[in-house]
Ligand binder design. Structure first.
Ligand code: ADP
Length: 257
């Protein structure tokens, strides 16, 4: 197992799970899950509720340790070293209510030792690039759910980590806002090429945002199938009705059954 992980450093593997199991008391959350994610690749983890998707992210991020198997991030197996390379975006935005949107995003930079002024100088251009220009001074309570998730994503991006772990980033939003944000995130990720693991239970979201979809079984979670997503460029509306998109969707729905 260790050999496998050491080799992976040379082959530019960002995240590697080999036979990873995790148990919480009597509940076996994950059962021998295998997954390899290359640097710069975007992988969606798709599976039914409770199948261990969030557990998988917590393990990768070094917040939990596996009970069996091996896992590494950038070749590092130690939990603290894994954590140092990952930025985790949870379902709920967790923005600080007393800080402006800009200063919430700046937190990630201040945590790296930058002064508030320097952090603002760095974060400001990204606000404009990602369509948030007019919201810098707004407090979280003045923003919609979709806006708050965008700010939370920006903060995740500004943490400057190689691996982004996005845990159902749009799970709490209505379907229209969700569709708009999927297009937005697709563009944002195209600009900032990072390694991304995206947890979702939405097949369309997985296809729109990922290069590859890993389909998990119901609990205990295990990677059942992996589907490469190679779609032509296009807007969300064009893609979701295109033949290749519908074919992939069918393939994934079959694997989920
Ligand atoms: P998903 O993200 O796919 O919905 P989770 O990873 O959140 O699934 O949970 C998988 C299983 O593990 C669930 O049955 C959940 O109740 C259990 N679980 C997750 N975290 C804990 C924990 N900290 N303590 C006890 N049980 C947990």
């Amino acid at each position: 197992m260790q050999d496998l992980i050491e080799t992976s450093v040379e082959t530019a593997t960002a995240v590697e799970l080999a036979g990873v199991s995790k148990r919480y008391g009597d509940v076996l959350a994950l059962d021998r899950a295998d997954l390899t994610v290359r640097r710069g690749e975007r992988v969606a983890l798709l599976g039914p509720s409770g199948c261990g998707k969030s557990t998988l992210l917590a393990l990768i991020a070094g917040l939990e340790e596996p009970d069996g198997g091996a896992l590494a991030v950038g070749g590092a197996t130690d939990a603290r070293e894994r954590l140092a390379q990952c930025a985790l975006m949870p379902q709920r935005d967790l923005l600080l209510p007393w800080r402006s949107a800009l200063d919430n995003a700046c937190l990630a930079l201040e945590n790296q030792g930058l002064s508030r002024a320097e952090a603002r100088r760095r974060a400001q251009p990204l606000f404009a690039e990602l369509g948030l220009a007019e919201f810098e001074r707004a407090r979280p309570s003045e923003l919609s759910g979709g806006m708050r998730q965008r700010v939370a994503f920006l903060r995740t991006l500004l943490a400057g980590k190689d691996v982004l772990l996005l845990d159902e980033p749009f799970g709490a939003l209505d379907s229209l806002t969700r569709a708009a944000l999927q297009g937005w995130l697709r563009d944002a990720l195209d600009r900032e090429r990072r390694t991304v693991l995206l947890v979702t239970h939405d097949v369309e979201e997985a296809l729109l945002l990922a290069d590859r979809v890993a389909v998990l079984s119901p609990r205990p979670g295990r990677v059942l199938a992996e589907v490469a997503v190679d779609l032509p460029p296009g807007t969300r509306r064009e893609l979701v009705v295109s033949a290749p998109f519908l074919e992939l969707r069918e393939q994934i729905l079959e694997a989920l059954e």
